[in-house]
Design a protein around this ligand. Structure first.
Ligand code: KG4
Ligand code: ZN
Length: 358
């Protein structure tokens, strides 16, 4: 049976990753997925420093390519195409991955494929499960928060997004205010387990609006105000983490319910509804539990890719590369990385839109 092998290069944020994915008939196999996290570099600053991120990607990209090939037990000539994340993301990092990818493609005389990072997340579930279109994607990471209808390959409709911070960013900023470690999400989750989620009442921006848009900046400011008036004891950190996480869960519940209602109208079906949850925040157990509860009530199935495919990884880029390769969707060598690159071309840019309560 014919085999397609694509190498996927990811360097849009703070993980350098190279993976080789193979498709034989309908069967998908991840031959290797090497991930080098930059957490140790950025944790000192409490967030990703773009210049340091770009340098760190360029320090390791060549070695990771060699490691991915070795782990996959194949050589460069056995690849059918080279895929690299070309946006959205931090420009310095994108340039490193795209230049590495183009150089390999040119040298091997194989197609170069510029992958949208969000398409990688949108399709990542297919690395493990052969699910049919359409489905609803909830992407919650450090840089992105959106509901997008994955109608079919290359046909995406965004129905909700954040007008300010991404959800992971809200976790990270709150953790920073509480002097917890970086990345903040796992720290908040740990502290929240031992805290009183009812101690602090926090605002839920846009909650009354019957849409699937989010706003988290007001929530972070409210946490900052309470932090300023309190001693940052261990008890305080635990109760604030629990209160923050409880509030986030309420927001996610309501907005996901709104998104599902909208999805049902758009796809004109009420049955067999599937929601894929991807991005680093999808690792949060309380959020998973909240969504699963909603799933029981709404009679829809929530699907979570394995954590290694939820967070940034080269395998999802290689997979999107395979889908593009099969359709002959290649890119020229003058393709420029795009720091801003919405998956849905018609989606309105929402950042900074006024948070008006309905
Ligand atoms: O997808 P990801 O690895 O990288 C990108 O941002 O693209 O997501 C990282 C984000 C960080 O903001 C981190 O704090 C958050 O995901 N995160 C979590 C958890 N684990 C990671 N947020 C809440 N709870 C978690 N357990
Ligand atoms: Zn991502």
């Amino acid at each position: 049976m014919k085999k397609i092998r694509v190498i996927g290069i990811e360097s849009s944020c703070d993980e350098t990753s190279v993976s080789i994915v193979e498709k034989t008939g309908n069967k998908i196999k991840v031959l290797s997925n090497i991930v080098k996290s930059q957490i140790d570099i950025h944790k000192f600053y409490g967030g990703v420093v773009p210049e340091l991120a770009a340098r760190a990607h360029s320090d390791v990209i060549d070695k990771l390519i060699v490691m991915a090939l070795k782990k996959a037990k194949i050589n460069l000539k056995q690849l059918n195409a080279i895929a690299a994340t070309a946006g959205p993301g931090l420009l310095g990092g994108l340039l490193v991955g795209v230049v590495a990818g183009k150089t390999l493609a040119h040298f091997l005389n194989k197609p170069f494929i510029a992958v949208n990072h969000l398409e990688g997340h949108a399709l990542s579930i297919k690395l493990e499960k052969d699910i049919a279109y359409p489905y609803l994607l909830l992407l919650v990471s450090g840089g992105h928060t959106e509901f997008t209808i994955i109608k079919s390959f290359n046909s995406y409709k965004r129905i909700g997004t954040t007008i300010d911070d991404a959800l992971g960013e809200a976790f990270d900023k709150t953790a920073r205010l509480l002097k917890l470690g970086y990345p903040g999400g796992p720290e908040i989750e740990k502290y929240a387990m031992k805290g009183d989620g009812d101690r602090f009442a926090l605002p839920m921006p846009l909650i009354r609006e019957k849409n699937a848009h989010f706003s988290f900046a007001g929530l972070k400011s409210a946490v900052a105000n309470i932090v300023a008036k309190n001693k940052c004891t261990e008890r305080f950190k635990k109760d604030m983490s629990a209160s923050f996480q409880k509030t986030i869960n309420k927001i996610i519940y309501r907005k996901t319910k709104n998104a599902i209602d909208e999805y049902k109208k758009i796809v004109k079906s009420k049955n067999n509804i599937k929601v894929v949850v991807a991005g680093g925040v999808a690792a949060n157990k309380s959020i998973r539990h909240t969504l699963e509860e909603l799933g029981k009530l709404e009679d829809c199935e929530f699907l979570f890719p394995s954590i290694k495919y939820c967070t940034d990884n080269g395998a999802m880029i290689a997979y999107a590369g395979i889908e593009r390769f099969e359709r002959g969707k290649f890119n020229k060598s003058n393709f420029k990385p795009k720091p801003r690159w919405p998956l849905d071309k018609n989606a309105v840019f929402m950042k900074g839109k006024r948070a008006v309560e309905g």
